[in-house]
Design a protein around this ligand. Structure first.
Ligand code: SDX
Length: 425
């Protein structure tokens, strides 16, 4: 921590000294916790310049396009690690030894089944329900199933909740897909990898043998790694705020799923593919670029821009490579990829996008890869949620482990009516 200070001069008050805190990397922060005594609040809707917590899980340098999980660059993890090892890293703070990883994987693979009563829960949804709507419901419903671990002040209860969520999210997600397809649910196969098991639960049918395609298995594992965590994004902040009241962890993750669903956040991959389909051909790109630049038009280029990245999203760079690998392997010539590549080229040369530093983000290519893998658009954000569960749980755990953790309770600038007289009747 630094001994630097910010001096705040407020009308009619003595100058206020506010400590400046330095982290291991990234922006210093002005500690305003003592500001309340001045009678002032700070005001930052959207939290553009507000650090909500101290964290050691993920670091992003938006100007340099850097993303590191516990100090390891995302492109290195995508190349050399696998999703379950990244789960261990995010949750525990360091890479596992071989013995630690074997034990971790054994626990994860032996919590993949659901209570059979939960299967009935799916029947309550219309068969054409959006899988994200189902996920909000069934993940929240898990909070009604585990009364053996409700004391989240107990570390072992927090640990088993984390394992259950990491293990069961692929099962729940695949079931939400199967339900929407009218196909029978597929039980987990613990002989397979995490990604392979998910693909089998998604695509196997009783009347045929299902063999996991190693290229798709590797692509899915890479997609899971790329979406695992991203510091204090909207859904992670939602989980932290929900968890700060001591709420049930399954209910907190359901809140994170709800936030992720929005098209400005995790729903952008589905919205991006819808946009590419609407554009339809390369010659219509200028029309949509113009719409994106038109202030009177709410249209935005989905998959472009980011609150933090003002350079390339390093995940998009890896996703772009994966996209080509999968399409080449499957020998798919997807016209939407041609539209995407041309849209990226044009946008990156357009002064509007250059000036506003709008680059393709992780959602720009993920939709094309997932579509090439035969995954329906409505499942894109579900897969994002499966991956991000480890990030949400790691931040939830970090928050609860921090001494002096307080309930999150922002203040406001009140602009409503004051002291009205109630009308005589
Ligand atoms: C994710 O936070 C995370 O880390 C999220 C995430 C994660 O891993 O958790 O990275 C995942 O959510 C990625 C982002 C996915 N969303 C989209 O692709 C949707 C399209 N992008 C935008 O809606 C937007 O860029 C946001 C929401 C991502 C960021 O918005 P900000 O930071 O609030 O920026 P802004 O809306 O204030 O935009 C700044 C300017 C504006 O112009 P001016 O008002 O200054 O003239 O850039 C323009 C915007 O109009 N702009 C865009 C644009 N994004 C911003 N113009 C056209 N197309 C776009 N996509």
């Amino acid at each position: 921590m630094s001994d630097k200070k910010a001096i705040l001069h407020l009308p009619g008050q003595e100058p206020v000294e506010l400590p400046i805190l330095s982290g291991a990397a990234g922006n210093d922060v002005i500690d305003i916790r003592s500001l309340g005594k001045t009678g002032y609040f700070t005001y930052d809707p959207g939290f553009l310049a507000t650090a909500s917590c101290e964290s050691a899980i993920t670091f992003i340098d938006g100007d340099k396009g850097i993303l590191e999980h516990r100090g390891y660059p995302i492109d290195v993890l995508a190349e050399k690690s696998d999703y379950l090892e990244v789960c261990y890293l995010l949750l525990n703070g360091q890479l596992p030894s071989s013995e630690e990883f074997t034990k971790f994987k054994h626990i994860v693979l032996h919590h993949t089944m659901l209570h059979e009563q939960l299967v009935a829960f799916y029947r309550g949804f219309r068969r054409d329900s959006h899988p994200m709507a189902i996920m909000c419901g069934v993940v929240g419903a898990l909070s009604a199933f585990y009364h053996d671990s409700l004391d989240i002040s107990n570390e072992s209860c927090r640990e088993i909740a984390a394992f259950r969520l990491i293990s069961k999210m692929p099962t729940l997600a695949a079931m939400s897909y199967k339900y929407s397809m009218g196909q029978p649910f597929v039980y987990p196969d613990n002989t397979l990898s995490y990604a392979g098991n998910f693909l089998k639960m998604m695509f196997s049918i009783p009347c045929e043998e299902y063999v996991v395609n190693p290229v798709l298995e590797s692509a899915m594992d890479k997609i899971l790694i790329l979406h695992a965590d991203h510091e204090q994004n909207a859904s992670t902040s939602t989980v932290r705020l929900a968890g700060s009241s001591g709420a049930n962890p399954f209910a907190c993750i359901a809140a994170g799923i709800a936030s992720l669903w929005g098209p400005a956040h995790g729903g952008a991959n589905e919205a991006c593919l819808e946009m590419l389909e609407e554009i339809g051909s390369v010659d219509r790109i200028p029309e949509f670029i113009a719409k994106a630049k038109d202030k009177s038009d709410p249209f935005r280029l989905m998959g472009f821009g980011h609150r933090v990245y003002k350079n390339h999203d390093p995940r998009a760079t890896v996703m772009r490579k994966t996209c080509h690998e999968v399409l080449d392997e499957l020998k798919i010539d997807d016209p939407l990829l041609d539209v995407a590549m041309e849209l990226e080229r044009i946008a990156l040369e357009d002064p509007y996008f250059i000036e506003k530093k709008l680059y393709p983000n992780v959602d720009f290519y993920s939709g094309i890869v997932l579509r090439a893998m035969g995954i329906p658009r409505t499942m894109f954000t579900v897969i994002f949620a499966v991956s991000r569960t480890i990030g949400w749980i790691s931040h939830w755990k970090e928050m609860l482990d921090q001494p002096g953790q307080k309930i999150g309770r922002p203040r406001q600038l009140y602009t409503g009516e004051v002291d009205l007289d109630y009308p005589d009747k």
